[in-house]
Design a protein. Structure first.
Length: 449
């Protein structure tokens, strides 16, 4: 624990949706959901207007559509746009301190002590207020919430307590006063299952948790988790700020109480694991090229199989489909104790059509250190909602909708008023994909009626 409040946590508010509303003026002030464009999709981010109807991250697309009113925009992701905006934000944070730990595309910690900043409440409040305004200007309208405290845990909790566009400084010495009234679910790592288990024995607030002994908590949730909760309930967090974090891979796995033998059950589990992995990829604004399946047999022998795609991807359907093909090549006799799905070869954004319903992707099969590369099939032209496009006559816009070999485009940009809507043939040669628009005004924004 630090003796002063010198850890700043920044969390950008509904980041993906905020970037979409910035770049699409007709969506400002309206419900926007990023992700969930397909029938089996999952919400990546919902704007605060959509959250008012109950939409939230990780919710199924079908459920989000049931809850949101007609006219809600369901958009595919534009991770190049999110990555560009994220870099602007991280550069601002690095002006405050040489020690910046970027946790994801929209979240970071800053060591203010390493930047030589005063740590009294008034100075910290002024610093955070200035940062928030500069961030809003530099990103063309994106907002963020800031928490400042003596540890990473308290700083993160501080940024979450005053969302959106919040600012909370927790002075050193007052950590328990802030922590103890909070629901136990406010602590990092306490998900629905752990929260329900704690609630079943009367632990509903952090104060309740604080009253339990270490042995009680270990008995409830296990050694590692119990020890962690015991420390968190006492605001005991001495983790340093670690700059230049770089994930090499993202994975999820599950061990089963009884060995699985049914193919349909195994394929369902792969889909669930793929979704967990992709949720983390999308949260971090990254994509990968290699899918790995981990398979532990009933006799504890463990196999791994991998395939590498020709383009980065970040959608659960691709990950799941590749992992199921890998599963088909494994002898499942006797059952499976553990399944794992991972993605590696990470990139900062996806090139091409992120949310297209592509057929079998071209892959390089990695087997016994021999690469066999399949020739890619001719690509068909596809469009996803929210995609940046340019028309030879109308200029820059974005895909409003598509289907039946038609694509509808709204011609507007971050520096224009809401623009006109036009429909074209899906293969119209005058229409082409485009890079994200420039919200800073260094290139002309064109929209013609």
């Amino acid at each position: 624990m630090r003796s002063e409040a010198s850890v700043l946590h920044l969390d950008l508010d509904a980041f993906f949706a905020a970037v979409e509303q910035r770049d699409k003026p007709s969506l400002r002030g309206k419900p926007v959901v990023v992700g969930g464009t397909g029938g089996r999709g999952v919400v990546a981010t919902a704007s605060y207007e959509a959250r008012a109807y109950g939409a939230r991250s990780a919710m199924s697309a079908a459920e989000a559509r049931r809850r949101c009113p007609p006219g809600t925009a369901f958009l595919g992701g534009r991770f190049a746009a999110y990555s560009i905006t994220s870099r602007v934000v991280m550069d601002l944070l690095r002006e405050l301190s040489p020690l910046v730990e970027q946790v994801s595309v929209d979240e970071a910690y800053v060591d203010l002590a390493a930047g030589g900043h005063a740590t009294d409440v008034d100075s910290l409040t002024a610093l955070a207020t200035d940062l928030k305004e500069r961030l809003h200007t530099a990103t063309g309208g994106v907002r963020g919430s800031v928490g400042i405290a003596s540890s990473k845990t308290l700083a993160k909790i501080g940024s979450e307590l005053d969302k959106p566009d919040g600012l909370l400084v927790i002075p050193a010495g007052s950590e328990l006063d802030v922590l103890h009234p909070l629901p136990v679910r406010s602590l990092p790592g306490v998900g629905p299952a752990t929260g329900d288990r704690l609630s079943s024995v009367g632990i509903r607030t952090v104060a309740d948790l604080h009253e339990r002994s270490l042995s009680d908590l270990v008995g409830l949730v296990g050694q590692a988790h119990g020890s962690g909760l015991y420390r968190l309930a006492r605001a005991d967090d001495d983790r340093p700020i670690v700059p230049d974090r770089e994930a090499k891979s993202v994975s999820a796995e599950r061990t089963y109480a009884t060995d699985l033998t049914d193919l349909a059950a195994l394929e369902h589990e792969i889909g669930s694991l793929a979704q967990r992995v992709v949720s983390r990829l999308q949260k971090d604004g990254t994509a990968g090229r290699t899918v790995t399946l981990k398979f532990r047999r009933y006799d504890f022998t463990t196999l791994t199989r991998s395939q590498t795609l020709t383009q980065p991807f970040d959608d659960a359907r691709t990950v799941g489909d590749v992992a199921r093909r890998l599963l088909a090549g494994i002898d499942r006799t006797g059952g499976v104790r553990l399944l794992g799905v991972g993605v590696s070869g990470l990139a900062t954004y996806v090139q091409g059509d992120l949310f297209a319903e592509d057929p079998e992707p071209a892959v390089a099969v990695l087997e016994e250190d021999v690469d066999v590369v399949a020739e890619p099939e001719p690509a068909t032209r596809q469009w996803h909602p929210g995609q940046d496009v340019e028309h030879a006559e109308m200029g820059r816009g974005w895909v409003w909708g598509s289907g039946l070999n038609r694509v509808t485009v709204r011609f507007e940009g971050p520096l224009t008023p809401p623009g006109p809507v036009r429909t074209y043939a899906g293969d119209d040669p005058a229409l082409s994909p485009a890079d994200p628009p420039d919200w800073r005004g260094t290139e002309a924004q064109k929209s013609r009626s």
